[in-house]
Design a protein around this ligand. Structure first.
Ligand code: C2O
Length: 496
């Protein structure tokens, strides 16, 4: 307690963030030109650092050159140095702590976005100092479902850790060979459609966040080692950027404005190895408070692909008013089934009976009686029966054979990722953090609205279909996986 108070005092005495040399950082309305080509500027006319898409960078781009150098320098530093590669990884998670600030990462909590934004901010400053490149900005890995989604070439070529500080052999071989990730695993559309902050955050934490972690595999595939892979930080810059994309979509999308989101204090190390503290209130504006923004080199900014087919006027007329209302404090259960389902290499459907009162409750939700902004399925008691080789696209009330399902269909409700899910029987290498309590929440609102608007919704049950997919394109689940991969204990359906 005493040491926290002392650190708080030191930060205040230094004038908060203003005292950390950010005073020159002001907002700008003027967008940079040069769209469609490589942008060489690293900082705009107002001193705002530009985080750019790695796919647009030539090998000689100053940010890429600086990242290579910064990573190499940090890797030579001892783990006891707070600005070392190992110490930065350990802030996220480690099983062998050395310094006091370790195992801080926020997964499945209210602070997933905000904590990772803070973490990247201080990491970026450390890279800047280590590389001797004051204008460096962290590139982002701009994967999109309709565009590029291979592991960026500088991270896999040359495939030699002695020559390339961005390379590691630990990753999945197909990813290191440049095979594109599967489109549905990187598509944030289902998340971006959600208006309540926590619903959006937990959906994006699954897809693309968790999916990309496990798809890259190796160090990235597990929480304690994830931040050892240099692609980790570019992946998280993309997640941070998608948070900005979501805010810019408007329509009621907003960050929390109340404690604890705005007030909980998190600690990091700065580029001099000093302890620094931040709260949610310090990181709301990347431009005004943190001095960076994202810039796209692409003439067509395809973040979430084109809208899912189901986003039509009839569906929106039901779903949108609901999603703009305040959520309920307590979820109202419509179903809670002990399913004990085992997922393997073939599609599987599970029928979940709804309670007698479900119809009335859903009409109330639609009419705004009693509030509530979502109807969702919750998959609980998730356990991996072996290391994940596939993930599952999840559909609700699919009217046709799974073979015909495409994830752009109105019946798609999201994908099931396995980042942070424990593997049954695996040795316990220290405490592994919970990712959303080993459960996953998938919104059923859109499929409900789609079916209701067409008179096709039935109040008696919901059938969820799990369709296995390889993490990389063209990978056949039946070739990747033998036996069962995952177990789901319970499936609940609820209004909140
Ligand atoms: Cu804290 Cu993507 O992990």
């Amino acid at each position: 307690m005493a040491s926290i108070d002392r650190r708080k005092f030191l930060l205040t005495a230094a004038g908060g963030l203003g005292g950390l040399g950010l005073a020159s950082c002001v907002d700008t309305a003027a967008p940079l030109t040069g769209i469609g080509a490589e942008i060489l500027a690293e900082v705009d006319a107002n001193g705002i650092h530009l985080r750019q898409n790695i796919y647009c960078m030539k090998d000689t781009h100053p940010d890429l050159v600086a990242y290579r150098k910064g990573v190499a320098v940090m890797k030579t530093r001892p783990a006891s140095d707070p600005t070392s590669w190992e110490a930065q990884r350990a802030i996220h998670w480690t099983t062998a702590p050395i310094l006091p600030i370790v195992n801080e990462c926020q997964h499945g909590t209210l602070f997933f976005f905000s904590w990772h934004r803070m973490y990247l901010y201080w990491f970026e400053r450390i890279v800047r100092a280590a590389a001797g490149a004051p204008s460096f900005a962290l590139p982002y890995w701009g994967y999109t479902p309709t565009g590029q989604r291979d592991l960026p070439a500088p991270f896999r070529i040359p495939a030699d850790p002695a020559l390339n500080p961005l390379y590691t052999a630990s990753r999945n071989a197909a990813v290191n060979a440049g095979t594109p990730l599967t489109a549905s695993a990187v598509d944030p559309a289902a998340a971006l459609a959600l208006i309540p902050f926590t619903n959006f955050q937990s959906s994006l934490e699954g897809t693309p966040h968790g999916q990309v972690h496990v798809a890259v595999g190796g160090w990235m595939g597990s929480v304690p080692t994830a931040a050892l892979d240099p692609i980790f930080y570019l992946h998280h810059a993309q997640i941070d950027r998608l948070w900005e994309v979501w805010l810019a979509m408007g329509g009621g999308r907003a960050n929390p404005t109340t404690p604890p989101w705005t007030t909980d204090i998190f600690e990091f190390y700065d580029e001099n190895g000093n302890v620094v503290q931040m709260t949610g209130a310090d990181i709301v504006s990347t431009v005004r408070q943190l001095c960076y923004r994202y810039i796209s080199c692409s003439p067509v900014a395809v973040d979430a692909a084109e809208p899912v087919d189901a986003v039509d006027a009839q569906t929106a007329a039901i779903a949108e008013p609901i999603s703009r209302r305040p959520g309920r404090v307590a979820a109202e259960p419509l179903a809670d089934a002990q399913v004990g389902v085992r997922l393997g290499a073939l599609p599987l459907s599970v029928r979940v009976p709804l309670s007698r009162g479900a119809g009335v409750a859903l009409r109330d939700l639609e009419a705004g009686r009693g509030g509530g902004n979502d109807v969702f399925a919750r998959l609980d008691g998730l356990v991996l029966l072996q290391e994940p080789r596939v993930f599952y696209e999840v559909y609700a009330n699919l009217p046709h054979a799974p073979e015909q399902a495409t994830y752009r269909s109105p019946f798609y409700v999201g994908s099931l990722d396995f980042f942070g899910v424990p593997v049954q029987g695996a040795g316990h290498a220290g405490h592994v953090p919970d990712h959303a309590g080993h459960g996953r929440r998938l919104s059923l609102l859109r499929v409900y609205a789609y079916l209701r608007s067409r008179g096709l919704w039935r109040d008696g049950d919901v059938t969820l279909t799990f369709i296995p997919r390889g993490y990389t394109e063209g990978a056949e689940p039946t070739r990747l996986l033998s036996g069962d991969q995952a177990y789901i204990g319970r499936i609940a359906v609820a209004i909140q």
